[in-house]
Design a protein around this ligand. Structure first.
Ligand code: ADP
Ligand code: MG
Length: 371
């Protein structure tokens, strides 16, 4: 019943897109990523650095980090920036947890795609209660994540409440101990989602994304809970392993530790799984997650931008959803990233990320009607 527009995007880096708008745009790039620079150039846009004269007259600004409210307030009618004000409410681990827990309480089972999560220190008493009174108590594994962590740093698994400090600002989450495996290895998905407007809520789901596979076989036991390359799928954690195999390219990746989502879907299909249903469920996870912060995003956006002053939406955001499936192939949300990495360490990275960037930039460039 939500007022949401959702579309899927099939990226094709080689063919020119029908959506291409033949205008030379000025892009202010506050970005360290070559792929961001190269994509703007490939689109025929003119890239500017922060200290280059003329940069403030940009049509599109791309920043690797979130931007100040002041910058958003100062934007002209036909300027766009790649972050929404108020997005931290969704992309910080504590924000995701707060909003999805609220939805679970209000709506119920439709929000069960997020593992049970406690925000410390506030939820410590509830966590303690869950530990002692919950069904199957003492036998559950929890994953502790620093609230502002990324790339798997500082993450720890535990079955012992004493390992968890009541005072630190951590996220403590039920560990999904029966993940779906690829040849015995745990993996997760990086799904790219473009939010191009909050009123109406307009969401694009990229059909191509990344699959990140662990480098140590999954055989969970109490004694190997600290083997991060068995339990954490982050590229930053696994790339240093001797076992790590970089993909040759985006078509030859079925034995590599980084694969494309389309290659994963082919493998699952060969194993007899219903990938159409899976993809639908993944899309629902992404959309429902964004809906959980819709009022907040709308409120913050219209606080910064008067309702009539924008031609179209002045902000957009390319989000990276971390999604993992359990052994029954049910997708779960692990976290949402507002600055997904655009580092390209392999031809596969380059193919997937450039295509996502290119489609994003095309989708957000103003059409004639918006002037
Ligand atoms: N609840 C969970 N159950 C099982 N594995 C998890 C869970 N949460 C995180 N992980 C694993 O840990 C990795 C890192 O967690 P994530 O929440 O994405 O934090 P980070 O910001 O450090 O990437 C995930 O990619 C996944 O492999
Ligand atoms: Mg992550």
């Amino acid at each position: 019943e939500e007022d949401v527009e959702v579309a899927s995007v099939t990226t094709s880096p080689s063919r020119p897109s029908k959506l291409r708008r033949h205008r030379k745009l000025k892009a202010l790039l506050l970005s360290k990523y070559d792929s961001v620079w190269n994509t703007t150039v490939a689109l025929g846009w003119t890239p500017y650095t922060a200290d280059q004269p003329g940069g403030s007259k940009y049509n599109v600004c791309w920043s690797d980090t979130s931007v100040s409210l002041e910058r958003i307030m100062k934007m002209g009618r036909i300027q766009k920036i790649n972050h929404f004000p108020g997005m931290l409410e969704l992309v910080r681990k504590a924000g995701t947890a707060r909003n999805l827990n609220k939805m679970l309480g209000a709506i119920g089972k439709d929000y069960k795609f997020y593992p049970q999560t406690f925000m410390l220190p506030a939820d410590y008493t509830a966590l303690k209660q869950e530990w002692t009174n919950g069904k199957n108590h003492g036998n559950k594994t929890f994953i502790i994540k620093p609230s502002k962590g990324c790339q798997g740093t500082g993450i720890q698994l535990t079955r012992c409440l004493d390992d968890i400090s009541p005072h630190e600002p951590n996220i403590v989450q039920r560990y999904l101990h029966r993940p779906h495996l690829l040849e015995g290895f745990k993996y997760d998905l990086r799904i790219y989602v473009l939010l191009s407007s909050v009123q109406p809520l307009r969401i694009f789901l990229f059909k191509e994304g990344l699959v990140r596979v662990c480098t140590q076989k999954y055989a969970p036991l109490e004694k190997n809970m600290s083997d991060v390359r068995m339990h954490l799928t982050n590229y930053a954690i696994n790339k240093g392993s001797e076992a790590f195999v970089q993909p040759e390219d985006d078509t030859e990746c079925s034995d590599a530790h980084k694969r494309t989502v389309s290659s994963l879907m082919r493998t699952l299909e060969e194993d007899g799984h219903d990938t159409k249903k899976l993809w639908e469920q993944i899309g629902q996870v992404c959309v429902k997650t964004i809906i959980s912060v819709k009022p907040h995003l709308q409120h913050t956006y219209f606080t910064c931008r008067g309702r009539s002053e924008d031609a179209g939406s002045g902000c957009f955001e390319l989000l990276g959803f971390d999604i993992m499936m359990d052994s029954k192939l049910r997708p779960f949300l692990l976290e949402v990233n507002h600055s997904p990495s655009f580092t390209c360490d392999s031809p596969l990275d380059l193919a997937v990320k450039s295509a996502v960037l290119k489609s994003t930039m095309e989708l957000v460039s103003f059409s004639k009607e918006e002037y």
